[in-house]
Design a protein around this ligand. Sequence first.
Ligand code: PXL
Length: 271
Amino acid sequence: MCALNKAMTIAGLDVSGGAGIAADLKTFQALDIYGMAALTVIVSQNPHNAWDHEMFPIDISVIKKEIDTIILGIGIDAMKTGMLGSAELVQVVADTIDKYDLKNVVIDPVMVCKPMDTIMVPEAAAAIKELLVSRCSVITPNIIEAAYLADMESVTTLDEIKEAAARIQDLGAEYVVIKGGARMAEDEAIDVLYDGKEYTLMSAKKISPAYNHGAGCTYSAALTAGIANGLSVIDAAKMAKQFVSVALKESFYLNEYTGAVNHCAYKCESR
Ligand code: PXL
């Protein structure tokens, strides 16, 4: 066996295992990446109260130590962010990118969580727009997050997605991938990648997966893994689209409130 390439996620723990660092590390493993995680917040779900989500932030001083362990202690080929949860932590991530001159940085803005479509922590969202968009290689908003970042009323059609991608790229992101997904108006689930010059459309048949919890995290983790393994951003985005489409197709029941996308399905399919 040879050594694996390495990736870091700075994200929250979804205790139910479907989203956040759980999705990221499972996806890294499935794509032959050695994954490491700096934990930002614990999200637990209450089985006695309709799966109500509760958030428990980790102290910023602890998160800084986690990041140092990974970056100074080991080193990475690529990184991603997920739920950061506070403007203060967004600033720490921005400073970390600058201090270590990090490349291959994927920002998954995680401003909304299904089934809600409202921005969870407005100050953190504003900080992501101000501090992280211009520091990343790729940003991967869904259409709600894209509308926020692009300052548009709504983003649902393909033309609106392209307009939003151009506006976000203008804020300084090298590449923008807007995950059209099930929320978009078209018949297909289309992801739009924009590099400032050309649009690349990645389309999949819109399936009605049984469960889609964690799909966004899984997509951006697969993209990060592809980049960590040396793929171009465009090839990594195409592979990530495949990875998440298969994971959605093979999603499965966990309990009466939720189910999971299947992080093993892509590997099984390509065997
Ligand atoms: O899917 C968004 C998301 C990201 N990160 C964590 C979450 C969720 C949604 O529940 O819990 C930790």
